[in-house]
Design a protein around this ligand. Structure first.
Ligand code: 5GP
Ligand code: MN
Length: 313
């Protein structure tokens, strides 16, 4: 697919990703917006996302992200990046109304929802998929940095098994633009605020192992989140920390979103296909990292998840 050709004749282009945007989602939306602005300087290009965490504020274009989702917007071409429409939140209306839709993603659970689809489940990040679609001659330092953020976040800084020789070749190309990649890794991936560290401590302290200690679960209820005045942005990294525990095959982190509703994050090391587990409950994701929203009490949710995980262990 040729990104620029697909936009031929368009006067207004919209770009969005998924709710609770992560590094890959923010990086991909901003990288594509910077790239198309460069290739198509006369076209109006808008990026819509729920307000991303401000650790991403150094990516060029961050300040121009629209998080208000006004009603009247119409687009000739609308891009859905790193997502399916039912996770687009308020941007779904633009996608539904656009003359042409393009879906670029790497989630194995996505079957493609655009008029044009590029879905590459074997590729580690949407940013990596995007780089393959760009003309390298037109990439500049700002685009390179945005793509790099997405790549490090979805590969766990090139640690996860979705990292390939091609991923590292692309990362090498990107860092050749000379941005401060150590600072980006430190500030967007490893550093936590004091509040985030306290909540992570709390979640670790209250975690419980089951299925012969091969599975671990921790939950934060509404009361605790309110006590710390924490939002979903403050909970990133907890499930990875649970998965890091020796002997754990599958980690579950849940936080309460309604009286009997939980947002669930799943991670596995090598045995459990968590995308399959999450898909069963209406969610999705990747083989080693997936999520869903579940209704019921905490105990009910864990029992249901446990049955599906046990089948695979
Ligand atoms: P996280 O646990 O970090 O929220 O998400 C892990 C992975 O699963 C990400 O790739 C994310 O996009 C995907 N994911 C998380 N929650 C959901 C969900 O409710 N539905 C779908 N389709 N994917 C999800
Ligand atoms: Mn992604």
């Amino acid at each position: 697919m040729d990104l620029v050709q697909e936009c031929a004749g368009a006067k207004r282009i919209g770009i969005s990703g998924h709710v609770r945007p992560d590094g890959d989602c923010v990086g991909a939306c901003l990288a594509l917006s910077l790239y198309l602005s460069k290739c198509l300087p006369d076209v109006c290009i808008r990026v819509f996302l729920e307000q991303p965490a401000d650790i991403f504020k150094d990516i060029r274009g961050f300040g121009g992200i629209n998080s208000a989702f006004p009603e009247e917007e119409k687009f000739d071409v609308f891009f859905a990046l790193d997502t399916v429409p039912d996770r687009m939140g308020d941007a779904e209306k633009y996608f539904g109304d656009a003359a042409k839709t393009i879906n670029i993603d790497h989630h194995v659970s996505n079957t493609g929802c655009g008029n044009v689809n590029v879905i590459e489940p074997q590729i580690g990040s949407t940013c990596e998929v995007l780089l393959d679609l760009m003309d390298r001659e037109r990439i500049d330092v700002d685009i390179a940095m945005a793509l790099y953020v997405g790549m490090i976040h979805d590969t766990g800084v090139f640690q996860y098994s979705n990292t390939t020789p091609a991923t590292l070749e692309k990362a090498a190309f990107l860092i050749s633009f000379g941005f401060d990649f150590s600072k980006i890794i430190e500030e967007t991936f490893y550093q936590k605020t004091y509040l985030q560290s306290l909540i992570m401590g709390r979640a670790l302290m209250e975690s419980v192992r089951f299925l012969d200690d091969r599975c671990i679960v921790s939950v934060l209820d509404k009361q605790i989140l309110e006590f710390y005045n924490a939002s979903s942005k403050d909970l990133d990294g907890i499930v990875n920390q649970l998965r890091n525990i020796r002997g754990v095959d599958c980690a579950i982190f849940m936080y309460q979103t309604g009286s009997d509703e939980y947002k669930v994050s799943l991670r596995s090391t090598e045995k459990v296909d968590v995308a399959k587990v999450a898909s069963y409950f209406g969610g999705g994701g990747h083989v080693r990292a997936a999520g869903c929203t579940m209704k019921g009490t905490f105990q009910d949710c864990v029992n249901d998840l446990s049955l599906h995980i046990e089948e695979q262990l």
